[in-house]
Design a protein around this ligand. Structure first.
Ligand code: UDP
Ligand code: MG
Length: 335
């Protein structure tokens, strides 16, 4: 058997062994010491009632309080609780990414550690997913956050994201979501992109839907974000929009503009040549000369940018396995 065939069959064996596990819960945690005991208790109760095999992957995102110590205690007693500890605070997106990399379940559920999401919503979300969806997004229909600095920016952001990506959801920002594992294992996350997972996943051609979920006010600790996240989300939106539409064909985008510009510029230059050589008129003082030369130059620049884009895309797809986080230690890791 050729080497690649062997590798393929091994990969298959691993994937069937992994798919024996039904559910992976991914929880990003940054300074949530007061919430952790309640979270663990409520999650476990909800999951045990579900009666399917599961694992909880807690990603300690460089907490400076007792979060890790608490998780450690819980993980000693419960092998289904897996803990990843980052070396420093890498952000919620990196937390999700580390969880997705390690998830062994057929389905992956993401949930916040602060108890604003309700673990009891998980069965309904999974039910919906089993009806033939790859992504089921929680929708905090009665969101318990302040209006002016949390809900209003979020309403505007959700409208814009829906419009720009073509994936219409009421609540991109809700962490409680269900994904088919193959979907999240196939996307690269960085920056603050976790909010856009449904949109990014849509590139793979997935079925996305949403379901209203409960939402509670934060009881312990405080939110890790302020209004400043609005601009970051906006900039990420531009990135996502661009990646969704053009990422695999920069030459098509820049090249088209470049060709058009160079073509029009060349026509103008031809006309000016005719004026100078046949009509024997002076063209040195004509603004049109400047325009024509500029258009040709810009055209060449754009073609060059398209080529550079193509090169960068190659590098991007080859450098996929570069992680966006660094792990300090892991508890109950899977081989
Ligand atoms: N979080 C994280 N790393 C960060 C910021 C937040 O892991 O750098 C976690 C946090 O502990 C929580 C979740 O991400 O479990 C959502 O954060 P938060 O509740 O502050 O966001 P909000 O609900 O206010 O939008
Ligand atoms: Mg929260």
């Amino acid at each position: 058997m050729p080497a690649y065939a062997l590798a393929a069959s091994e990969a298959h064996a691993v994937s069937t062994a992994e798919s024996a596990l039904y559910l992976s819960i991914v929880v990003p945690i940054y300074n949530e010491e007061e919430s952790i005991p309640h979270l663990y208790e409520r999650l476990t109760a909800a999951l045990e009632a579900l009666g399917r095999s599961y694992e909880i992957i807690c990603v300690d995102d460089g907490s400076r309080d007792r979060s890790f110590a608490l998780l450690q205690e819980l993980a000693v007693a419960d092998g289904r609780l897996r803990v990843v500890r980052f070396r420093r605070n890498f952000g919620q997106t990196a937390g999700f990414a580390a969880g997705f990399d390690r998830a062994c379940g057929e389905w992956v559920v993401t949930i916040d550690a602060d108890l604003q999401n309700d673990p009891n919503d998980i069965p309904a979300l999974l039910d919906k997913a089993e009806q033939g969806f790859d992504v089921v997004s929680g929708w905090r229909a009665r969101r318990q956050d302040t209006f002016l600095n949390r809900r209003l920016p979020s309403i505007i952001a959700n409208r814009m994201i829906s419009w720009a990506t073509g994936v219409h959801l009421h609540d991109y920002g809700c962490s409680l979501k269900v994904y088919r594992a193959t979907v999240v294992k196939n996307i690269d996350l960085y920056g603050e992109l976790h909010r856009f997972i449904p949109a990014i996943a849509s590139w793979q051609g997935v079925a996305v839907t949403e379901l209203p979920v409960n939402h509670a006010a934060r009881k312990y600790g405080k939110s890790k974000y302020g209004l400043s996240r609005t601009t970051r989300v906006l900039l990420d939106l531009i990135t996502v929009r661009f990646l969704l539409s053009y990422s695999t064909r920069p030459m098509q985008v820049f090249g088209a503009v470049g060709l058009l510009s160079a073509f029009v510029g060349s026509l103008l230059l031809l006309y000016l040549a005719y004026v100078r050589l046949i009509l024997i008129q002076d063209i040195g003082s004509r603004p049109l000369l400047m325009v024509a030369v500029l258009m040709v130059l810009i055209g060449v620049q754009f073609l060059g940018m398209g080529l550079l884009g193509e090169l960068i895309i190659r590098v991007y797809y080859e450098g996929r396995n570069r992680p966006i986080y660094v792990v300090r230690e892991e508890l109950n890791p899977k081989p």
